[in-house]
Design a protein. Structure first.
Length: 278
């Protein structure tokens, strides 16, 4: 049986681990070849370890085990020229692009009183400008191909609701996270209008907490536990503390598939009821 993305190519940012790797695996399971990029380096203002070159190699191996092709490169979504070059090398190998998943993102989290303006700048640059760069790198080819396509922007429940009253939310990094994730919704809605005449659909996905290294690290857990002690726990309506990366990847695969061929301009929560409860 042919997969939903047989003969198609997906361009995925932040693909070294976590949600990005889950997207790559899920789309490859359905037949897609993958162009994968990740910064594979720390960012000084981000208090938890980011993906590594070894992580990106593991994503390569996971896709290849599915008998799909993958072109993986180190590239920073803040650097348009580097991102463009990596994308073009992937297209040079595979000949096209059909699906874009703008997944790369960071949370420049800080304890109360520890935030800096650099955290604001990096949060906006990676999450919002990086998403813009990803779409701009790929959209000329999507339009030129004349066969439509799908763009999925990974936002957050913080792109639909203001974050809680925890002290970390009022720090520059927390504010940047919320502002950038809201900004992604604005980009999505504008691109959905701009690209509709080319049959290119644009949607966003809004996860609650996901069991990835972005959440499952000592620094972030300490801040979240401190918020919980102050009565500001971020909890879901359904009785689960987090969802799995695979859950988000399933939503991305659906939005990118022909099953959602008339779905565009939608902000889709995959949040175990977090936004309902809020």
């Amino acid at each position: 049986m042919m997969g939903k993305f047989e003969g198609k190519v997906a361009f995925i940012t932040g693909a070294a681990r976590g949600q990005g790797r889950a997207h790559a695996i899920r789309l490859a399971e359905e037949g897609a070849d993958i162009i994968a990029v990740d910064i594979c380096a720390p960012i000084e203002t981000v208090p938890y370890p980011l993906g590594t070159a070894e992580d990106l190699e593991e994503t390569e191996r996971a896709v290849e085990k599915l008998d799909r092709r993958i072109h993986a490169e180190v590239a920073d979504v803040r650097d348009r020229a580097a991102l463009q070059a990596a994308f073009e090398r992937g297209v040079g190998l595979f000949g096209r692009v059909d699906v874009v998943v703008a997944n790369a993102g960071v949370f420049a989290l800080a304890e109360a009183g520890e935030g800096t303006l650099a955290q604001w700048a990096d949060g906006i640059e990676v999450n919002l400008t990086g998403t813009f760069n990803t779409v701009e790198v790929a959209r000329p080819l999507l339009v030129e191909q004349g066969e439509g396509g799908s763009i999925v922007l990974i936002s957050s429940t913080a792109g639909l609701n203001g974050m809680g009253a925890g002290a970390h939310s009022a720090e520059p990094g927390g504010l940047a996270y919320t502002a950038s994730k809201h900004g992604i919704v604005g980009l999505m809605r504008s691109y959905a209008n701009i690209l509709a005449r080319h049959s290119i659909r644009v949607n966003s996905v809004h996860p609650t907490g996901v069991d990835t290294p972005m959440i499952l690290n000592d620094k972030v857990q300490a801040v979240l536990q401190a918020a919980a002690r102050q009565g500001q726990a971020m909890t879901n309506a359904l009785p689960v503390p987090m969802v799995e990366a695979r859950d988000i990847a399933n939503a991305v695969a659906w939005l990118a598939s022909d099953e959602a061929r008339y779905v565009t301009g939608v902000a889709l929560p995959v949040d175990a009821g977090f936004t309902v409860k809020r």
